[in-house]
Design a protein around this ligand. Sequence first.
Ligand code: ATP
Length: 243
Amino acid sequence: MSELLNIENLSVAYGAGAPAVNQVSFTVGKGAVVALLGANGAGKSSIMKAVSGLTPATGSAVFEGENISSLPARVRVARGIIYVPEGREIVGDLSVRENLILGGYQKTASERKKRMEMVLDLFPEIAEKVDRQAWRLSGGEQQMLAIGRGLVADPKLLLLDEPSLGLAPLLVRRVFDRLAMIRHESDLAIVLVEQNLAVTMRLCDELHFLRGGRIVGHRSAEELKDETARQEAIDAYLGAAAA
Ligand SMILES: Nc1ncnc2c1ncn2[C@@H]1O[C@H](COP(=O)(O)OP(=O)(O)OP(=O)(O)O)[C@@H](O)[C@H]1O
């Protein structure tokens, strides 16, 4: 698998105290799904924001061989790095269709139309409600819209921040099944932030465990298929709440 993203010694500091992200390094292969797991405050979202150019960071970020460290967020979007933030951040007063149009704001009208059709095929739940204001959607539908809006931008790398947050287990399964479909049908790579290992295991190839802004452990999804190994990783890195 060839390399898509290489992050080296990434650090993020918001003030004078301990950095939120401290010398983090990881790589993402083309078409790979890499998960970042850790408790609240471990630094997961800060990594996502740093990779997407939304917060200042030090260290190096190389995407498709190009050093993107000093590129602004909108140029990273044009390169194919798309962030789907925690809490969805869809525009409630706009319709589902208008939210999807926003996702493709850098695309030509015909490309955007094609991508929107693909997204609505993938998420029939929101296709039925395309003219409805986004705030009227259920939590699961809003999450589908947030992911769909990201997909309209035709990402090479999707940065997905806690897509399971606040969703019932059945909806989480539905959202993750769709993500699995997309990744099998395309070259899309995903960096997935989650707190829940069981959910993450449905989709990812490898996992990095974070604590206090540092990567403290790494496992492949293959290794964690073994129940004992999985329990050991939970005990070592996450604690009982994340099982
Ligand atoms: N804009 C900000 N200004 C100041 N401190 C911040 C800011 N954003 C995050 N932090 C701090 O940085 C640390 C890491 O936060 P971050 O949101 O990256 O963690 P996280 O692992 O994504 O947490 P969660 O799972 O709760 O979303 C926390 O201590 C947090 O309080």
